[in-house]
Design a protein. Structure first.
Length: 314
């Protein structure tokens, strides 16, 4: 049965969940978007975008206490008039540049006062996710991220946040593999750069032949159902990060890229061999949200639309 913030097919949805930062600006922002998977055995993805186009947001609602961090990338210059932790002022008059990074530990309850317009993408990152990534790099656990309100720009996190904007705008059309891929990159960056951990182990080689076959079988088992990196990695007895790197080494593509290629190839087979099928039916059979989503990705990989491709082969 789908969880509160998952659709029936396991895709992340755009519905908001209880807590902060989801409800930090409820009713006071122009953009309120979320990509979230509540089942952490499948994905630890939780990304929120809040934006206000005019001044006047004021104080956010206080954050909930938890074991993790809120990591925010500012998509435009942002002015924090005041930051409070557990009701006490910890920073005032903070000007954060575009690409600036804000990190809040969920061990405290935070509230921020933003008088001007802002646009930011926030990631909820659990300590467990950070520790798993640290172990993947050959360390026993990850140290706490350094809390900061006046950081230097972080271009990597900024561009990773921008890469997720289409998913935030249309969660139902987003592949969980793609979203997991971005989130995995975010966690890796945080552990390596912000916490200062570097790999102690040499980079892994590719997958064993049986692992490659098993991964490919899972990735193309049913295109109508979404699948996460964590599910495939668990079936191979690997961590998510280890699997993603090893798959790319073996195959030459990231898992989500390889699966998309297989979906398009399957669509081509249906277009050519099943002339009675409507393009919208083929889109659904290949796991695309709708015909326009299918057409956009088909054109990207095939260089033309499904309708034109089909006509050329009659």
């Amino acid at each position: 049965m789908p969880q509160d913030n998952e659709s029936a097919d396991g895709k992340p949805t755009g519905e908001n969940t209880p807590g902060w930062p989801d409800r930090a600006w409820r009713g006071r922002v122009d953009v309120d978007q979320s990509v979230y998977s509540k089942d952490l055995t499948k994905s630890e993805l939780h990304v929120i975008r809040h934006a206000r186009l005019t001044p006047g947001a004021g104080w956010s609602n206080p954050s909930q206490v938890d074991n993790g961090f809120i990591v925010t990338s500012c998509l435009r210059p942002t002015f924090l008039q005041e930051v409070q932790a557990d009701g006490k002022t910890v920073a005032t008059s903070v000007s954060v540049p575009e690409t600036g990074l804000l990190i809040y530990s969920q061990k405290s309850s935070y509230a921020v006062h933003i008088p001007e317009a802002f646009d930011a993408v926030s990631f909820r990152v659990s300590q467990a996710a950070l520790d798993e990534k640290a172990r993947d790099l050959g360390h026993s656990k990850a140290p706490d991220l350094c809390e900061t309100f006046l950081s230097q720009p972080d271009d990597v996190l900024f561009h990773l946040s921008k890469a997720l904007l289409p998913a935030l705008e249309d969660p139902s059309g987003t592949s969980m593999l793609f979203a997991d891929h971005i989130f995995n990159a975010v966690v890796t960056h945080l552990v390596q750069q912000t916490s200062g951990l570097k790999p102690r182990l040499p980079r892994t080689g590719g997958l064993a032949p049986w692992q490659e076959r098993r991964a490919m079988d899972l990735l193309r088992s049913d295109f109508r159902q979404d699948i996460s990196l964590a599910e495939v990695a668990a079936a191979l007895g690997l961590s998510t990060g280890h699997f993603a790197r090893a798959f790319r080494t073996s195959v030459g593509l990231a898992p989500h890229q390889w699966r998309l290629k297989q979906r398009i190839q399957y669509a081509m087979t249906l277009l050519e061999k099943q002339p009675a099928l409507e393009i919208s039916e083929i889109a659904m059979a290949c796991g695309f949200a709708d015909q326009s989503h299918f057409t956009r990705l088909f054109r990207r990989l095939a260089g033309t639309t499904p309708a034109v491709w089909r006509r050329q082969r009659r």
